[in-house]
Design a protein around this ligand. Structure first.
Ligand SMILES: Nc1ncnc2c1ncn2[C@@H]1O[C@H](COP(=O)(O)OP(=O)(O)O)[C@@H](O)[C@H]1O
Length: 187
């Protein structure tokens, strides 16, 4: 499947506004990749596919998590997390993506994880700060991203965790581990 065919297929999986978000993530991921020494083609590929499963019905995602042996503990946490590992499975099996780094960037784009690769960081950060994003603190994340991939991503995880605490929601531990790991690296 070439780039244009892939884009057409992903676009058909989501409403127009989510495709605009995806385009924003693609552009931002390429800029960040060039800035921080990551292959921009891989960053763009992960960005194209990162939300491919975002609009799947909840039951379909849950079935896939169970049937394909994806981490079952996800089922106890916010459904917003599920599309990322499901998307990585879809990217591999329905779009023929074989690059494990690209698949990792899709799999961890929402939660993060301990010891993220630079490509994973770039895609996760691009998802936080693409031009269409508006939430308190996003401009600070954009500013930090001009000089530090880790500090900008840390600010992103801080904002997600504060949001979840404010809403009284459970925090999926990978995000906490991702945040701790960034703090350990920056010491
Ligand atoms: N560690 C976490 N624990 C629980 N829910 C989380 C965690 N990280 C992210 N989320 C949920 O996922 C949402 C992020 O979704 P969003 O950024 O819109 O999706 P996408 O990553 O596809 O752009 C957060 O608003 C929050 O509800």
């Amino acid at each position: 499947m070439n780039r244009e065919q892939m884009i057409a297929k992903v676009k058909a999986e989501m409403p127009e506004r989510r495709w605009l978000h995806t385009e924003g993530v693609m552009e931002t991921a390429v800029v960040l990749a060039n800035r921080f020494g990551v292959d921009p083609a891989r960053a763009e590929l992960a960005a194209i596919l990162h939300d491919v499963a975002k609009y799947w019905p909840t039951d379909r995602m849950a079935d896939m998590i169970r049937d394909k042996g994806l981490p079952a503990e996800l089922l106890a946490y916010d459904k917003e997390l599920w599309h990322a590992p499901v998307g990585a499975w879809v990217a591999e099996h329905e779009y023929g993506v074989a690059d494990p780094e690209v698949l990792g960037a899709i799999r961890y784009h929402t939660s993060g994880r301990r010891g993220m690769t630079k490509l994973e960081k770039v895609v996760c950060l691009a998802d936080y700060m693409e031009p269409g994003r508006e939430f308190p603190g996003v401009d600070r994340i954009r500013e930090l991203s001009l000089r530090s991939l880790d500090e900008a991503l840390l600010a992103g995880f801080d904002s997600t965790m504060s949001f979840l605490i404010e809403k009284g929601k459970r925090i999926f531990p990978l995000t906490l581990e991702a945040r701790n790991s960034l703090l350990e690296n920056n010491r």
